[in-house]
Design a protein around this ligand. Structure first.
Ligand SMILES: *[C@@H]1O[C@H](CO)[C@@H](O)[C@H](O)[C@H]1NC(C)=O
Length: 255
């Protein structure tokens, strides 16, 4: 009788484990930082140079995609055509190069309730994509379809989110991300759109020159949807580890 109930318990336990999703340990290349460490942020920042090269090729178990290049399916900019700057832009088959050169500059972690801020620096990020554009960029009409190259130099990127600790069916506490934000700044962006105006080289060159001279304004117009798309990718990467590993493994009482 007794052994039977034990067997049933184990059976139930394994079912519960499966339905509550994978219970993953912290990846072995991450050294856990104690939630009681007064220097928790320092401890976390130190992981940067170790962790970034390790996740570069992607880790399926933790839902981390390959980072070099990082693939983004599609980014859409769909502005009100009646606005001063009305633009329709679709970028697809986007490959982002240089992500693995990220340097983790700063972390600001609050454990209870969970609030995270992380600052990265990328020396150079090259975004190569197929694009289709129509409308007006700043004041000039634009239209085209072809290859795009957006290169960002000295990209400072801050990603932050708040979250809550939730208990899954197995009674273990996990992080659940709530709202996130992204902030960024660069010292220079190079934007090049090939094959504008059905390949009319004179017109295309002129517009690319105009965009280059006004890169700051053009970035202000087109940047936010790109940043939103990148923020979602970062969120997926961060959640792959933070939402799948129990709280006590990420931030043990004692390291
Ligand atoms: C993209 O543009 C940058 C800056 O102009 C340039 O250095 C780089 O070679 C370009 N990449 C490709 C694949 O054309």
């Amino acid at each position: 009788m007794k052994s039977r109930s034990v067997a049933a318990f184990f059976y139930l336990a394994s079912v519960v484990t499966i339905t509550s999703g994978a219970v993953l340990p912290l990846p072995d290349f991450i050294k856990p930082c104690s939630r009681n460490d007064p220097k928790l942020n320092e401890c976390a920042v130190k992981q940067g140079p170790v962790v970034i090269p390790k996740v570069k090729d992607g880790i399926r178990k933790y839902r981390i995609p390959k980072l070099e290049p990082l693939r983004v399916d599609q980014i859409k900019v769909d502005q009100d055509q009646s606005a001063a700057v009305g633009i329709n832009l679709v970028a697809h088959d986007i490959d982002i190069h240089g992500v693995s050169q990220a340097q983790l500059k700063d972390m600001d972690i609050q454990v209870d309730p969970p609030v995270f801020k992380m600052k990265f620096f990328f020396p150079r990020v090259e975004l190569l994509a197929k694009y289709k554009i129509s409308g007006k960029v700043l004041i000039l009409p634009i239209q085209g379809k072809g290859d795009a190259n957006i290169t960002m130099v000295n990209l400072d990127l801050e990603f932050g989110f708040d979250a809550e600790w939730v208990k899954k069916e197995n009674g273990v506490q996990y992080l659940k991300m709530k709202d996130h934000y992204i902030k960024y700044d660069t010292t220079r962006n190079y934007i090049k759109l090939d094959n504008l105006f059905n390949g009319n080289k004179a017109l295309g060159d002129r517009l690319n020159e105009f965009i280059d001279v006004n890169w700051r304004e053009v970035t202000q117009e087109l940047g936010p949807p790109f940043a939103d798309a990148i923020a979602l990718v970062i969120r997926r990467i961060v959640s792959g580890i933070l939402e799948q590993v129990p709280r006590d493994n990420i931030f043990p009482e004692k390291a």
